[in-house]
Design a protein around this ligand. Sequence first.
Ligand code: MG
Ligand code: ZN
Length: 220
Amino acid sequence: MIKPKVIKVKKDILHKNNELAATNRALLAKTGVVALNLVSSPGSGKTSLLEFTLTNLGRELKMAVIEGDQQTDNDARRIAATGVAVVQLNTQSACHLDAAMTKRAIDETDLDALDLLFIENVGNLVCPAGYDLGERMKIALLSVTEGEDKPAKYPKMFRNAEVMVITKIDLLPYLDFDMSACLDYAGRVNPDLKVFLLSTKTGEGCSAWLDFLRALVKEA
Ligand code: MG
Ligand code: ZN
């Protein structure tokens, strides 16, 4: 009898990823850097939130950004325009960042000179949820131009995130986005989820977000 070969690809990949993520986490902890993994659908405003944050905290905190996209360095150029160091990772066919890619970007970064490291993941609410990069926490963005039921449709992401940022709230008067339904869906998926509602265009709600980041750095 020939024994069939079973290849547990996904399990092995995730196991290897988790090992590398632990290495990243230890390195970040040793150097006192708070790493935040920003996840969302494409177009939810990750890069805009970063531009706003880097511009407004640039004098207080030392920050850097790792940009994940399948192609182009468009977002990295937007970040670089704020004067903050940025490493662009092009994932080509991959639809998420993994710990190995993150490690390569971290190696290009001077951690000793940093308080905060933002990792902008590839726009995708599915598999980035399953990949630990070694971050302090995942921060899930959801814009009011999207469906308010996304936390229910993509529960793994909103369960694995510690924070949800609802963006573009300046557009609420023009949309049918049901905020209370959204918060209800999110709360059912993850009762501990911390939520920010903001608009980087008007600045509404942004001071609470900036204070949250200041507190995270202070803690570390
Ligand atoms: Mg972006
Ligand atoms: Zn993927």
